[in-house]
Design a protein around this ligand. Structure first.
Ligand SMILES: *Cc1c(COP(=O)(O)O)cnc(C)c1O
Length: 446
C-alpha cells in the first residue's frame, strides 16, 4: 500500500492572498473565520451550524484560514469541520455534564495552577487559542480574553512553584501558550528555568496544527534555549496532517524538542479503528509519538462528541500488536471530579496461579509465562528519595511498599463504630499491622 502523501490546501476564497500573507501567522490570526457571513464564503452552512452561530452564549468560534482550508466544504460530516464549526448539538445538556468536570479550579492553589499530582503541575498561561475546539475541556475560561491570567497571577504561580520543591515538571497550557507574544512566552520559560528544582518543562499546544506558520525558525531558536523542553500537540484525524504540519514538526524536532500527541476520542470524527490506525501511523511518520487518547470529558457542549468507553477499548484492541508499539497511545479517562488520568485498556491477563500467568496476545494466541521460584528483588536504597511532604498521595504503591495497609473511604471508621461506646474490647493497638505505622524503618530482606 502506498504511503499517504502530506499535502497543502487552500480554500478557493484565499486564492488571491499572497504567499507571503498566507505563510504569515499574524495574517492568519487576524483573518480568522467566526461569523455566518464569513463561513458562507468558505463552506455552505447546515441549518444546525447556522443556528449555533446565531446563539447568544456560544463558546467562542475562531478558525484560521489555514485550518478551515483542510475541510471538504461539500461534506457536512467532515471530521475537521466537526471539531471547529459549532452545531446546535452543543447547546444540548446531558446527564453528569459539568462546567469544570475535572475540578481543576478546586485543585488550584493559585489562579491558573493545577497541582493534582505529587511531582508535576499544570500551569495555565493564557485563555487564548489559534482556533477553538468545540469539545474544549476548559471552555469555562478558554476563549474569554477577560478571564486570562494577569501579571500578578503569574507572579503568584511562580511564587508557588518556588516554594514547592517537589514539583519537577511544569506543563504549560491554557489556552495555547504558543499564541502568546514571543517575549512573554520567553519570560515564562526563563523564569521557570531559574527555579532550581524544575527539571523539565512541557508545552501543550495546538498551534502546530491550527497555525503551523507560527512555528518559525526564530521561535524554535528561542524554545531550544530552555531545554529540556517537550511539546505535546493535538491531532485527532489524519486529515490534519498536512505538509505544513509535517514541516512544522520537523523544525521542532530539529530544535531537539521531543513531540508527542494527545488526541480526544470524538464521535463522528475519529471513533473508528481504521481512522485511528492511520492517525497514529501518520503521526509517527512526522516523528510525533502518540501519547494519550482521551475519553471525551463530561463538559458542557461536548455531549454529542462522547462515545461509549467500549469504543475506546475496541480501538486499543485494534492498535496493540497490529501496528508499531511506538504508534500506540494510551487510552485515558480523566477522572470526573478531579482524580487525574486513569488508563483503560483491554485485558491481556487471563488467569494466574502462584507460579504461572496465562496471557493472550492481540491475535488471540494464549500462552503461559512460568514465573521464577528464586526471585530476589533489587535494593534501590540509593534511589529512595526523601519522604514526600504529602504522604496521602502514595496510593496503591504505598500499600505495596508497606507504608500503610489500608486505604479507607472518608468516615469509614466512624461509620463502622455504629455510634457505639468505647468498651473493653476496643483497643487501637489491635489494628496496627506489625511493622507498619509503628515508626520502625523497613529492613531489606536478604
Ligand atoms: C494531564 C495533567 C498533568 C500531566 O499528566 P501526565 O500523565 O504526566 O502527562 C499534570 N497535571 C494535571 C492537572 C493534568 O491534568
Amino acid at each position: 500500500m502506498a504511503k499517504r502523501e502530506f499535502i497543502s490546501k487552500r480554500a478557493p476564497i484565499y486564492r488571491d492572498v499572497t504567499d507571503e500573507q498566507w505563510h504569515n501567522w499574524r495574517w492568519q490570526l487576524s483573518n480568522r473565520i467566526n461569523s455566518v457571513e464569513e463561513f458562507e464564503k468558505v463552506l455552505p452552512l447546515t441549518e444546525s451550524e447556522r443556528r449555533a452561530l446565531s446563539a447568544a452564549s456560544l463558546f467562542r468560534v475562531d478558525i484560521t484560514p489555514y485550518f478551515i482550508s483542510l475541510i471538504d466544504p461539500d461534506d457536512p460530516n467532515d471530521p475537521i469541520r466537526k471539531q471547529v464549526v459549532p452545531t446546535a448539538a452543543e447547546m444540548v445538556p446531558f446527564t453528569s455534564m459539568m462546567e469544570d468536570s475535572l475540578a481543576e479550579d478546586r485543585h488550584s492553589p493559585v489562579p491558573g495552577l493545577v497541582h493534582r499530582y505529587p511531582d508535576r503541575v499544570l500551569m495555565l498561561v493564557t485563555t487564548q487559542c489559534a482556533s477553538y475546539c468545540r469539545y474544549c475541556t476548559r471552555s469555562r475560561i478558554v476563549g474569554d480574553p477577560s478571564a486570562t491570567f494577569s501579571r500578578a497571577e503569574f507572579e503568584m504561580q511562580i511564587e508557588y512553584l518556588k516554594r514547592t520543591p517537589q514539583v519537577r515538571d511544569v506543563l504549560l497550557s491554557g489556552g495555547d501558550p504558543l499564541v502568546l507574544a514571543p517575549k512573554i512566552l520567553e519570560e515564562i520559560l526563563s523564569r521557570l528555568r531559574d527555579i532550581e528544582h524544575i527539571e523539565i518543562v512541557r508545552i501543550g499546544s495546538r498551534v502546530p496544527v491550527f497555525l503551523p506558520m507560527r512555528v518559525t525558525d526564530e521561535l524554535c531558536n528561542m524554545l531550544q534555549k530552555y531545554h529540556p523542553l517537550w511539546l505535546k500537540i493535538h491531532v485527532n484525524h489524519p486529515n490534519e496532517i498536512s505538509l505544513e504540519l509535517a514541516q512544522a514538526a520537523d523544525r521542532l524536532t530539529r530544535a531537539g524538542i521531543p513531540l508527542g500527541n494527545q488526541a480526544v476520542l470524538l464521535a463522528g470524527v475519529n471513533d473508528n479503528i481504521h481512522i485511528q490506525r492511520q492517525l497514529v501511523q501518520d503521526l509517527v511518520r512526522i516523528r510525533v509519538r502518540p501519547y494519550y487518547l482521551y475519553q471525551c470529558d463530561l463538559v458542557e457542549g461536548a455531549g454529542h462528541f462522547r462515545t461509549p468507553v467500549g469504543k475506546g477499548i475496541e480501538i486499543m484492541e485494534g492498535l496493540r500488536g497490529h501496528t508499531s508499539g511506538y504508534a500506540v497511545h494510551q487510552y485515558i479517562i480523566d477522572a470526573p471530579g478531579g482524580g487525574g488520568k486513569i488508563p483503560v485498556a483491554p485485558n491481556y491477563v487471563l488467569s494466574m496461579s502462584d507460579h504461572k500467568i496465562i496471557l493472550r496476545n492481540y491475535e488471540g494466541y494464549i500462552t503461559t509465562y512460568e514465573e521464577p521460584v528464586d526471585y530476589l528483588p533489587s535494593h534501590a536504597a540509593k534511589f529512595v528519595g526523601e519522604k514526600r511532604p504529602e504522604p496521602g498521595q502514595s496510593g496503591l504503591t504505598g500499600l505495596l511498599e508497606g507504608d500503610q495497609m489500608f486505604i479507607k473511604p472518608e468516615g469509614f471508621d466512624e461509620l463502622h463504630d455504629r455510634g457505639g461506646i468505647q468498651h473493653r474490647l476496643k483497643d487501637e493497638k489491635k489494628w496496627v499491622p506489625l511493622g507498619i505505622g509503628s515508626g520502625e524503618e523497613k529492613q531489606p530482606t536478604s
